[in-house]
Write a protein that binds this ligand. Structure first.
Ligand code: AMP
Ligand code: MN
Ligand code: MN
Length: 321
């Protein structure tokens, strides 16, 4: 297999998908709404094309997203299946290990994506990878049924912070209008993805908010194992709190540093600072305004000190450290 270093067109990709008869779709580790939404929509697209299509991911699918997939996820790449990867900026972040022959498709919207597959469609102008899957439906003239439309809607909705982030566009809103015409009921989707939380989640989010410290234009919160034990929450449960950290006036960079088994997972968000570049200092990546990284063997407290050092000169820390 030859890996191409240039992007393919939607037309080329549509023609390529028609040649496949047995595929497995995967997405990035730590799957979010766009990861599962774009995966589910692509699995359904391949089924509509008459292919055998499954979703595989070694990690459990987050409970609030499982309903989008037509079948239970497989935890390994089944033999004889071509691997299609969505919403994944790097080949070392796929939900199942990359096979020796590599991925056949890399469909994504991260600007730092190195085009690692045989066919690549990476468009950083897309609000979500799910928007690119919708373009493939259109190109292939496959009508969006309600299930596919819901999957695409969840991808666009979650990756744009409910249509509020800077990546939202007229095209994405036009797509959403089509999704509603295909049967999506936003209030019902909201009920399924935002109102299925637990009291443990609520408490860990409260701890993240209570632990927030402001340094000039930056705001950082940490959460560790003792906090999980105190609340009964899991390590993924506090992630949603990052959007609430962004509500403080005058803050331009927010960081959420949470303890994970291998060390600390950092999530960075901004309105104007290239936090993708900051994440890359620590071996991570992502978008300019939403990025992440993992620091192996480092506790959140140490990760915070290291982050503050690297934010000097990037954002005004107010001299208050
Ligand atoms: P998160 O903070 O985990 O929601 O991630 C924000 C964005 O950064 C997403 O687009 C992720 O795909 C990306 N990202 C998160 N962690 C990493 C990492 N370790 N390496 C590369 N990209 C990452
Ligand atoms: Mn994602
Ligand atoms: Mn995405």
């Amino acid at each position: 297999m030859t890996t191409q270093t240039t992007n393919n067109t939607v037309r080329e990709l549509a023609d390529f998908l028609k040649t496949l008869d047995c595929v497995a779709v995967t997405t990035h580790v730590g799957a979010d709404g766009d990861a599962i939404g774009s995966s589910a929509a692509l699995v359904r697209l391949m089924l509509s094309l008459g292919a055998e299509a499954v979703f595989c991911h070694a990690e459990a699918v987050p409970g609030y997203l499982g309903w989008l997939l037509p079948d239970d996820a497989l935890t390994e790449l089944p033999t004889g299946h071509d691997l299609l990867v969505v919403d994944t900026s790097r080949p070392d972040r796929t939900g199942v290990p990359m096979p020796d022959e590599g991925a056949r498709l890399n469909l994504d919207h991260h600007e730092d994506n190195p085009l690692y597959a045989e066919y690549n469609l990476v468009n950083a102008g897309a609000a979500a990878t799910a928007q690119l899957v919708a373009e493939l439906y259109r190109e292939l003239e496959i009508p969006l049924d309600r299930a596919a439309a819901e999957a695409i809607y969840v991808g666009v909705r979650t990756d744009t912070g409910g249509f509020t982030f800077r990546n939202i566009s007229p095209e994405a809103h036009e797509l959403v209008a089509d999704l509603l015409r295909a049967g999506v009921v936003p209030a019902e989707v909201n009920e399924r993805i935002n109102r299925r939380g637990s009291i443990e989640q609520l408490k860990i989010v409260g701890i993240v908010l209570a632990n927030a410290v402001q340094y000039g234009d930056a705001l950082i919160s940490t959460v560790d194992k003792a906090d999980y034990e105190r609340t009964g929450a899991g390590e993924l449960d506090s992630k949603e709190a990052i959007d609430q950290l962004r509500t403080v006036a005058g803050v331009d960079v927010v960081a959420h540093l949470r303890e994970v088994p291998e060390g600390t997972k950092g999530s960075l968000r901004s309105e104007s600072v290239d936090v993708g570049a900051v994440a890359r200092i620590f071996g991570g990546g992502g978008h300019k305004l939403a990025a992440g990284y993992t620091r192996k063997g480092m506790k959140p407290r140490e990760a915070k000190e290291e982050l503050l050092e690297n934010l000097e000169g990037v954002v005004d820390l107010g001299g208050g450290r």
